[in-house]
Design a protein around this ligand. Structure first.
Ligand SMILES: [Zn+2]
Length: 282
């Protein structure tokens, strides 16, 4: 029996029409075809949602990170766990406890550990992302405060980060969160639309700050959302673009492209590390 071609005849003839960047276009088309083939199967909502989220904007940036610093490096044990989550493989929990601190039996895909506040994973992961955002701002010498008090009309809660007067994003605040595409209120839509969990969370945050910021000023709050599988929210991507305009190299020339590439990879590696560490805490 003849072997099935990795590319459709139509794709193949289209690629061969132009000799420029042939290898790049071959591999991209093969990856796209493989992705569409996987999505076209009769998957559960969870599988389709995971496939879309691991393939979304920014989700695979860690794969291109060269481990030249601690921020960009992922040790083998953590890489294996992060890869299991990404690929939807059963996690190697053998010999470890099988219940969360809340008493719930753990699922073998890590969903409970990533989302149960009793287990501490979401809180701890959130705080780690806040620290990474703060480091990003420090690199640009953007003055900011973490969790300043007395910011809201109801005087409760604190923004994660308040950007002070700097000429860029002045007096804006950042609300940082992680959204899981498997959460029951979004999983069906996440199976159909890439980035839906992040989008829904952004919308929720904007509505929240309409109420609690003086004068109903939602634009003053930037919802910084990442999906657990790695996709960036639209506002997060936009924020990185805005910040990158401020970035300069040692000679004072704008280097926004390098800045964006570095931080896209850095946040992506951080997310993989966080996911792995939340599993290892088990
Ligand atoms: Zn729990």
């Amino acid at each position: 029996m003849p072997e099935k071609s990795l590319l459709s005849e139509k794709s193949l003839s289209q690629i061969l029409e132009d000799p420029e960047k042939l290898q790049h276009r071959f591999t991209c088309t093969m990856a796209d075809d493989g992705y569409n083939l996987l999505l076209g199967k009769e998957n559960s909502h969870e599988v389709s949602a995971r496939l879309r989220s691991v393939s979304g904007k920014g989700a695979g940036a860690f794969l291109q990170a060269i481990p030249t610093s601690n921020e960009l490096a992922l040790k083998p044990g953590k890489f294996r766990l992060a890869a299991c989550l990404r690929l939807g493989l059963h996690l190697p929990f053998q010999g470890m406890q099988d219940k969360c601190d809340c008493g719930t039996h753990l699922d073998s895909f890590g969903y409970h550990l990533m989302t149960c506040k009793h287990g501490g994973g979401p809180v701890w992961a959130h705080d780690s992302i806040v620290s990474s955002c703060s480091e990003c701002l420090k690199k640009l010498a953007v003055l900011h405060k973490k969790e300043p008090k007395h910011r809201y009309l109801n005087n409760e809660g604190r923004p994660d980060i308040l950007i002070c007067h700097t000429g860029i994003l002045s007096d804006q605040e950042m609300d940082i969160s992680l959204a899981h595409p498997w959460s029951k209120e979004v999983v069906k839509n996440c199976a159909k639309l890439s980035g839906f969990a992040a989008k829904k969370r952004e919308k929720m945050k904007n509505a929240k700050y309409d109420e609690i910021l003086p004068g109903g000023s939602a634009p003053k709050c930037i919802p910084v959302v990442f999906e657990h599988f790695g996709t960036w929210g639209v506002s997060t991507e936009r924020l990185l673009n805005t910040l990158s305009l401020k970035s300069k190299d040692k000679e004072g020339k704008n280097n926004s492209a390098d800045f964006k590439t570095y931080w896209r990879r850095c946040f992506s590696v951080t997310l993989q590390k966080l996911n792995a560490r939340v599993m290892m805490k088990n």
